[in-house]
Ligand binder design. Structure first.
Ligand SMILES: NC(=O)c1ccc[n+]([C@@H]2O[C@H](COP(=O)([O-])OP(=O)(O)OC[C@H]3O[C@@H](n4cnc5c(N)ncnc54)[C@H](OP(=O)(O)O)[C@@H]3O)[C@@H](O)[C@H]2O)c1
Length: 251
């Protein structure tokens, strides 16, 4: 159970090797001993993250998770909850891909849709099942401002995030009556391994900053946040731009 200050004892990271997810775990581990269920593909990176979280006082349990292997999702989620309640589950896995390739390569478009939309929906329903039964907990979904108004420059990725954002927003409404909270996080450009080698966009932020805002928002039981917060205003303005103009913008 979360303590009176909203700090969890158990944290499930789906896409456990994500830089943002790791920062969230470290941020919570700074406050109290934490058990982390690291659900990710069995790679050297997963082992390295498990070792890294061990050095900051986390007890880590590794569970196999592959977003495109839909048939395995139930077993993954059940394994994660097998040793007791999960206080917070973070849906962190995601793929950016090359934007121009994505709308012209059916296989890449399909992979983005599966990793960023189909799998989050499937996993979200499975998490909801578990959290409804335990009657407490928070689900944190890492969405993106890219889904809030889909732009020409990355519309395949943006469309998948629009879908997953809508799903988790609705899931929050549905789970409210069961004492389960859902937070949708909409970061802008985050300097993580996902954006390695790319020029930083305006208002670029870091995994640690996203983690700090996420922890605060889970404590405050917020339903949506932007990272950095100024993006909320930026998106309001962007959403007000008429389509005839918006479609010609280059960003
Ligand atoms: N970075 C940004 O600018 C930004 C902005 C807005 C939103 N976001 C979102 O924030 C989330 C976390 O991103 P991040 O910045 O922390 O990037 P990241 O470090 O690249 O994390 C993404 C994670 O997704 C996992 N993943 C990809 N395909 C998978 C699959 N088929 N099965 C299981 N896991 C898979 C990767 O795991 P492996 O280690 O197995 O490859 C990777 O650890 C993503 O959903 C992303 O879309 C990021």
């Amino acid at each position: 159970m979360m303590d009176a200050l909203g700090t969890p004892q158990t944290l499930l990271l789906l896409g456990g090797t994500s830089d943002i997810a790791v920062s969230i775990a470290k941020r919570y581990a700074a406050d109290r001993p934490l058990t982390v269920v690291l659900a990710a593909r069995p790679t050297e990176r997963r082992s390295a993250v498990a070792a890294e979280l061990g050095t900051v006082g986390c007890t880590v349990r590794e569970v196999d998770f592959d977003a495109v292997d839909h048939a395995s999702h139930r077993a993954t989620v059940e394994a994660a909850f097998a040793e007791g309640d999960i206080d917070i589950a973070v849906v962190a896995f995601g793929l950016l891909g090359d934007a121009e390739q994505a709308w012209q390569d059916p296989e890449l478009a399909l992979e983005l849709a599966q990793v960023n939309y189909t799998a989050p929906v499937h996993v979200g329903v499975l998490l909801a099942e578990q959290m409804k039964a335990q009657r407490h907990g928070s689900i944190v979904a890492l969405s993106s401002v890219a889904g809030e108004r889909v732009r020409r420059s990355n519309f395949v990725y943006g469309s998948t995030k629009a879908g997953m954002d809508g799903f988790y927003t609705g899931l929050g409404y549905a789970l409210d009556q069961y004492g389960v909270h859902v937070l949708v996080v909409r970061p802008g450009f985050v300097k993580s391994k996902m954006t390695e080698g790319m020029a930083a966009a305006p208002l670029a932020t870091t995994p640690d900053e996203v983690a700090e805002l996420t922890v605060k928002a889970v404590r405050g039981k917020k339903s949506t946040i932007w990272a950095p917060p100024l993006f909320r205003l930026v998106m309001l303005v962007l959403k007000a731009i008429p389509t005839a103009i918006f479609r010609k913008l280059s960003f």
